[in-house]
Ligand binder design. Structure first.
Ligand SMILES: C[S@@+](CC[C@H](N)C(=O)[O-])C[C@H]1O[C@@H](n2cnc3c(N)ncnc32)[C@H](O)[C@@H]1O
Length: 202
């Protein structure tokens, strides 16, 4: 984003270091602050670093739901408090309607020629929480699989109208909704992602 000063926020030092390397490559490091912190303390962490009055906040690639609906409401309220007048929030999320329509329980992905991922999904229809279990295996010479890493992640997933409701509850006015931020096309159950554009309520 040309002309803006940017702060990148994440709990993972690994990802922050990766972002810094990319910023160095693009020669924009002097315009970017890199801040390590938890979503749940985003307001106090950014305030302590004097990062306030944001004009745009971008929350991309399904970074919601890890702490349930109440966790997301608290996050959006905190983001509102550190934003400036008229701030625009751009939020991309997994579309629950697509997930339900296209649900699968198991999948095997070849991550690299020597690494295989076995994915197992469970969806709780009572609370709309998706449980994702990933088992990574390295592939030996005779195709023998050796377990390398297992990760389980749970997240509340939303339909468009639900995310719009919790944005309103958290002090954000919904402006537009899309399926894809690059194409700016209509969201719907046949699209895996949804993007909301909202403005800070005064
Ligand atoms: C699906 S990735 C999206 C990454 C990033 N938004 C992007 O567009 O590339 C989710 C991100 O959330 C971060 N994350 C997970 N739990 C977090 C937390 N409690 N506080 C801050 N960041 C967290 C992860 O480290 C990861 O970078």
């Amino acid at each position: 984003m040309q002309g803006f000063e940017v702060v990148g926020y994440d709990i993972s030092q690994l990802y922050l270091d990766k972002a810094r390397r990319y910023a160095d490559k693009m020669k924009v490091t002097d315009k970017i602050g890199f801040c390590r912190g938890d979503f749940r303390q985003v307001e106090s962490t950014l305030r302590s670093r004097k990062y306030l009055g944001f004009q745009v906040i971008i929350d991309m690639l399904e970074s919601q739901g890890f702490y349930g609906e109440e966790g997301d409401i608290q996050l959006f309220k905190q983001l509102r408090r550190i934003s400036g007048d008229g701030c625009v929030l751009i939020l991309q999320a997994l579309n629950r309607d697509f997930l339900v329509k296209n649900f699968y329980e198991h999948a095997v992905h070849e991550v690299t020629p020597r690494m295989v991922l076995h994915e197992r999904l469970e969806f709780n229809y009572e609370n709309s929480v998706l449980r994702n279990n990933w088992k990574f295996y390295s592939k030996g010479s005779a195709g023998v699989l050796k377990p390398v890493l297992e990760v389980t992640l749970e997240a509340r997933v939303y339909s468009l109208h639900e995310l719009r409701r919790i944005l309103t509850e958290s002090g954000w006015e919904n402006l537009e909704s899309y399926a894809d931020i690059r194409k700016l096309d209509k969201p719907g159950p046949e699209r895996s992602t949804m993007v909301m554009v909202a403005r800070r309520m005064s």
